[in-house]
Design a protein around this ligand. Structure first.
Ligand code: PLP
Length: 398
């Protein structure tokens, strides 16, 4: 077969995800989509804010010169400045347009960052549970992902990260609020991670970047706020996107912000700009850049997510599910009753409720519920959750 060996291996190792996806399609065909509760996808269902649509209309009627032309690979200078204004305030750092590179979503941003910093054989450490595309992104650029177990309360375990660092470590990637756990890593954890990375960088004689993947930063509940990594570590890079906070994942727009305190920050940003070009992104989408530049800081109203989170947490807890209430995101990550996440997710499928096993996030024994679906779907799924936990309890005397 003419498909590359590494790609063939990736296709095989993610085959259970494909199998689940195909099961979902089959179930919808057999039972009608309206009878299947699909809680497996992180695809936001809320409409983008009104300002998003009105800004597109304004831009189309203004029809600026060269509206659809190439621009500098890092993005429009005025958009980079507008995003920098938001980032400087939000992160309490002296970020200017020169520290911002516009990207094709957070996924594109992560690929640009990793291509810029990885040499063949370098490693990228990621605390689990985490978004497992990181493994493929590291491999895309000759690197290797080193997943490290997080703490039982889903905080990251700084000692475990430290133990995983060696001379090959180029970066630690964290994601807060976290997909799938919904955890926001507390300020004290980020401070101790920063201090540890500073000491370890000296010890191994190379810069270890801290890359913080933050597409869910604006989806947090109660008085939770997401600490700024720029306050705790010099060689820090934030990647983000508007996919979740504006509900526009199909538009592929995001940004990279390098801390102004990074070693040789100008060279780093030049590398990010070059990699945006040579990875074939060339530049982030032109119209979307102009839109987000005008509405920097705007976000969807997260009240529906909050309502669904509260409903799910209270009803599932009453049923006996062992879960930690998420600080943010639209995900819930309970323990799989019985301990076998795949068996549990398959049992839920038989009740027409689709979720994702924790092993897909480097954390077997749990499963992920995505509540970015209509309230009615969530209410309808509750009977299935109840039936399956009851069955697992009586079968296995939990
Ligand atoms: C943690 C995390 N990082 C990155 C991404 C990629 O997002 P984007 O659509 O911005 O590329 C996702 C998407 O679900 C995600 O959950």
């Amino acid at each position: 077969m003419a498909i590359a060996r590494r790609v063939r291996e990736s296709m095989k190792s993610s085959s259970w995800v494909r199998a689940m996806f195909e099961t979902g399609i089959r179930l919808k065909r057999e039972h009608g989509a309206e009878n299947v509760c699909d809680l497996s996808l992180g695809n936001p269902d809320l409409d983008p804010p009104a300002a998003f649509h009105s800004t597109i209309s304004d831009l189309l009627s203004e029809d600026p010169d060269g509206m659809h032309a190439y621009m500098p690979n890092g993005g429009y200078p005025e958009v980079r400045r507008a995003v920098a204004g938001y980032v400087a305030k939000e992160y309490g750092a002296a970020v200017t347009g020169d520290h911002i590179v516009m990207s094709c979503g957070a996924g594109g941003a992560l690929n640009v960052v990793l291509k810029s910093i990885l040499d063949p054989g370098d490693t990228v450490i990621a605390p689990t549970p985490c978004f497992m595309e990181y493994r493929a992104y590291a491999a895309n650029h000759s690197g290797e992902l080193v997943p490290v177990d997080g703490a039982a309360d889903f905080d990251l375990d700084v000692d475990a990260v430290e133990a995983a660092i060696d001379s090959r470590t180029a970066a630690v990637v964290i994601n807060s609020p976290n997909n799938p756990s919904g955890r926001v890593y507390p300020e004290r954890t980020i401070a101790s991670l920063g201090a540890m990375l500073e000491a370890k960088s000296k010890e191994i004689g190379r810069t270890i970047y801290l890359v913080s993947d933050e597409p869910y930063r604006k989806i947090v509940y109660g008085d939770v706020s997401v600490p700024s990594i720029f306050s705790h570590y010099r060689n820090a890079v934030v990647v983000s996107s508007y996919s979740k906070e504006l509900s526009i994942p199909g538009e592929r727009i995001g940004w990279i912000a390098a801390s102004p305190d990074c070693d040789e920050v100008e060279i780093l940003v030049d590398a990010l700009i070059l990699c945006t070009r040579i990875l074939g992104y060339v530049n982030a989408p032109a119209l979307m850049q102009r839109v987000v530049g005008r509405i920097a800081g705007c976000a969807v109203d997260i009240a529906p997510y909050k309502r669904r989170k509260e409903l799910l947490c209270s009803r599932l807890s009453e049923m006996g599910y062992d879960l930690i209430e998420p600080d943010g995101t639209f995900y819930l990550f309970p323990k799989a009753p019985g301990g076998d996440d795949l068996a549990f997710v398959e049992a839920l499928q038989k009740e027409l409720v689709l979720t994702v096993p924790g092993r897909g996030f480097g954390k077997p024994g749990y499963f992920r519920i995505a509540f970015c679906v209509d309230d009615e779907v969530i209410s309808r799924s509750l009977d299935g959750f109840e039936t399956v936990i009851r069955r697992f309890r009586s079968d296995r005397r939990l």
